[in-house]
Design a binder for this molecule. Structure first.
Ligand SMILES: [Zn+2]
Length: 520
């Protein structure tokens, strides 16, 4: 009944809050549940976690990021001029993500990112403007907000909460992690939204003074590359933006319609601007080779390649981070700590360096150091991994309440480490609070006797389950003496059982689990 009421209230408020608005790009009328302020908030909450889980920001040459920001601003200003009749101004922002996977995305509210691996595939500033124009339309035309309204995106929750797929054992660190969460920002918006983004994106780039032919060239490059099936491409941009002959043809039509053949491409300027990335191409290729080798457990090659990467570009924190992961994997904990120190010096605000360094310090018996590292990691992006580790440390220090809090927080995520945290939490709490983990329901059987259906909802087996029953009046006062019943043997995780009583009057009867123990 209570659940029904709540659903009804939610439905009501949704009806009240939904406004009939005008799409800021197309000018069409549409029902809008998420306000511009909410869109901006969703973007602000998820921007940093999304960038972190996809590899962190590119920090070796901030001039490149500034350049991308300038081009983005030029296109964004143009979009405002094109949509001058709209009073909606989004606080556009863009960062370059340190990932070789070619990708770009926009969040609701105008927060955007482009990967290092896409920048190196583009041939001109106008192609960059085409990518950015396309992403600006996704944000401006509320494609992300609409996806969220349809329940396709995470409901307001933090992306970071889903990071912990690797479990709490650091052994799988190299294989897991980095790309988890990527799919959350590369939601498929659908064919119409993509065509709309192509069309208006090209309008914006022309208004900004870029030759729209670059958008056609870009799509042709995408089609060609997807036919070559470079795996990186398939997991990146193409997963959310399938290239197609249709998009090439449409862009060609749009370019003809918009004119602007005399507008600039900015090829030389682009080459100069990203020259640091071009120069470091071999270093990143070596890093990616090292990662691939490590995933195949060919650690000799992995070390050779990562050392090569460091030789070629000693200012890239990611290279030291990978070397730290390799050392951690080999249980060379002191070496791992030293490598992570190098990485942290170059990029203090990347959660994974601190998290992994915490694991290494824990193995070395440096509990205080480990705790500081996990806390720092958790302050950058809260992850179930850091929370589980902090919970274990708190428990070892005898701080039961703090441990419970950390475990509960980690257990909210649907991840391997979240499940481990749930087990830890249950072990800690079930003996004192069995009713929270083992539920009971009263029913009548065919003979008219009251039966108690017992369900062990805990993720672990329990035994010695004791249930008390008593009668209560309408005001909630107990009116009979308590009777005790016991479940024989043990109940596995998730197992149900039924106790048959001799009681025939269920009116006012209540049951509660009063005692239980962990089975092992
Ligand atoms: Zn798109």
């Amino acid at each position: 009944m209570r659940a029904l009421n709540r659903a009804f209230v939610l439905l009501l408020s949704a009806i009240v809050l939904a406004a009939c608005g005008t799409n800021p790009v197309t000018g069409e009328r549409e029902l809008q549940f998420i306000s511009t302020a909410q869109e901006i908030k969703i973007g602000e909450q998820n921007y940093l976690p999304a960038r972190q889980v996809q590899g962190g920001d590119y920090v070796v040459d901030r001039d490149i990021t500034q350049y991308v920001q300038q081009v983005m601003q030029r296109v964004a200003d143009a979009s405002v001029r094109v949509n001058a009749d709209q009073d909606r101004q989004l606080p556009y922002e863009i960062e370059v993500i340190n990932s070789s996977v070619p990708n770009a995305w926009a969040m609701p509210g105008g927060k955007m990112a482009i990967n290092r691996g896409l920048l190196t595939e583009l041939n001109s500033e106008a192609e960059l403007a085409a990518v950015l124009g396309h992403e600006i339309v996704h944000a401006a035309a509320r494609h992300g907000a609409k996806a969220q309204e349809r329940g396709m995106l995470l409901q307001g929750g933090l992306l970071a909460a889903q990071i912990g797929s690797a479990g709490s054992r650091y052994g799988n660190l190299i294989a897991g992690g980095a790309m988890v969460g990527a799919q959350l920002v590369s939601t498929k918006y659908g064919r119409d939204a993509e065509l709309q983004s192509d069309y208006y994106g090209m309008k914006y780039m022309v208004e900004a003074g870029y030759n729209p032919q670059a958008a056609v060239d870009l799509q042709e490059t995408f089609v060609r590359l997807s036919e070559g099936r470079k795996t990186n491409w398939l997991e990146g941009l193409f997963a959310s933006h399938p290239p197609s002959a249709e998009r090439v043809a449409r862009n060609r039509e749009t370019a003809a319609q918009l004119g602007g053949n005399d507008l600039e491409y900015g090829r030389d300027r682009y080459k100069r601007a990203i020259s640091a990335l071009t120069r470091d191409a071999d270093a990143y290729a070596a890093h990616d080779e090292a990662l691939k080798a490590a995933q195949k457990k060919d650690f000799k090659t992995a070390y050779k390649e990562v050392d090569k990467a460091i030789r070629l570009q000693p200012r890239e924190p990611k290279f030291f981070g990978l070397k730290g992961d390799l050392a951690l994997n080999e249980k060379k904990f002191k070496t791992a700590v030293a490598q992570y120190d190098q990485a942290i010096k170059l990029y203090p605000d990347y959660f994974a360096f601190h998290l992994h360094q915490g694991y290494a310090k824990q193995e070395l018996g440096d509990k205080a150091g480990a705790r500081r590292a996990f806390e720092k990691s958790n302050s950058i992006v809260p992850t179930p991994n850091a929370q589980k580790a902090l919970g274990d440390l708190a428990l070892a220090a005898g701080n039961r309440d703090a441990a419970l809090k950390y475990f509960a927080s980690a257990a909210q995520t649907n991840t391997a480490v979240g499940k481990e945290a749930l087990v830890s939490m249950t072990r800690l709490e079930l003996p004192q609070n069995p009713d929270k983990y083992i539920s009971t329901r009263l029913a009548l059987n065919n003979s008219g006797q009251v039966v108690i259906q017992v369900h062990n909802r805990a993720p672990v087996a329990v035994r010695d389950v004791q249930i008390i029953t008593a009668y209560f009046d309408n005001l909630g006062n107990q009116v009979s003496r308590t009777q005790t019943m016991r479940v024989r043997g043990s109940l596995d995780a998730g197992e149900r059982t039924t106790l048959t009583t001799r009681i025939t009057d269920a009116n006012g009867l209540r049951a509660q689990v009063s005692k239980a123990r962990l089975a092992e």
